[in-house]
Design a protein around this ligand. Structure first.
Ligand code: CDP
Length: 220
């Protein structure tokens, strides 16, 4: 079986950075599942689709013209790597992510990322729903303050404006939506290892995940 490392956790917990580096260290493919929700939100907004029109949004998701390269993400041939990181796209993504039909429409696309020698998948439901067979499941988290600070730096670094008070509020609302939704709510998968990165550097978090993976692959 092709190995999968599932890394789930709340918004701005550092999952993307950690997951990307773990994939690089192991030579595995990397799935940023949140990007698929963000791409769908961006496509809907660009096409003037109402974000509460579940049927049209889900159709849009199943016919997304996306391409991932090592560093960039293309939608309809256009580089949208930075555009999908805007906070309003994240908020829109988290709203449409509550739609069961949209989640179903994105399943095959996500499974398509599974390739030898292995996959690191990052999201909310990687270990619970999309890759329940994962060899290693991690719930990566951090305090809401640490996460708001990271998101602030990330947004400023990408040239977006950001406001700490608004970000904290935004994160709390997003946590609430992600954990309370009926379908695939955010929660640690059974057997998941919880990693709180509030006081860890990226390198320390990566090292811990790799150590757990080595352990899991030698005991199986
Ligand atoms: O970067 P951030 O953690 O804020 O978000 P993301 O991972 O890019 O995902 C954007 C939104 O998509 C999240 O707020 C989730 O509501 C949703 N999402 C989801 O429902 N399931 C996933 N597997 C990944 C993301």
């Amino acid at each position: 079986m092709i190995p999968v490392i599932a890394i789930d956790g709340p918004t701005a917990s550092g999952k993307g950075t950690v997951a990307g580096r773990v994939a690089e260290a192991l030579g595995f493919a990397y799935l940023d599942s949140g990007a698929l929700y963000r791409l769908t939100a961006l496509a809907a907004i660009q096409k003037g689709v109402e974000l509460n029109d579940a049927l049209t949004v889900s159709h849009l998701a199943s016919s997304l013209d996306v391409r991932f390269s090592a560093e960039q993400i293309f939608l309809d041939g256009e580089d949208v790597s930075d555009a999908i990181r805007a906070e309003e796209i994240g908020v829109a993504a988290s709203k449409i992510a509550t739609m069961p039909t949209l989640r179903a429409a994105l399943v095959d696309l996500q499974h398509g990322f599974l390739k030898a020698p292995g996959l690191v998948a990052d999201g909310r439901d990687m270990g619970t729903v999309i890759f329940p067979q994962a060899q290693l499941k991690i719930f990566l988290t951090a305090s809401v303050e640490a996460r708001a600070e990271r998101r602030y730096k990330q947004l400023i670094g990408k040239g977006f404006s950001a406001n700490m008070t608004a970000l904290l509020q935004d994160l709390r609302e997003r946590d609430e939506r992600d954990t309370q939704r009926a379908v695939a709510p955010l929660k640690p998968a059974e057997g998941a290892k919880v990693l709180d990165t509030s006081a860890l550097t990226v390198a320390e978090a990566v090292a811990q995940v790799l150590a757990w993976y080595n352990e899991a692959s030698t005991t199986k």
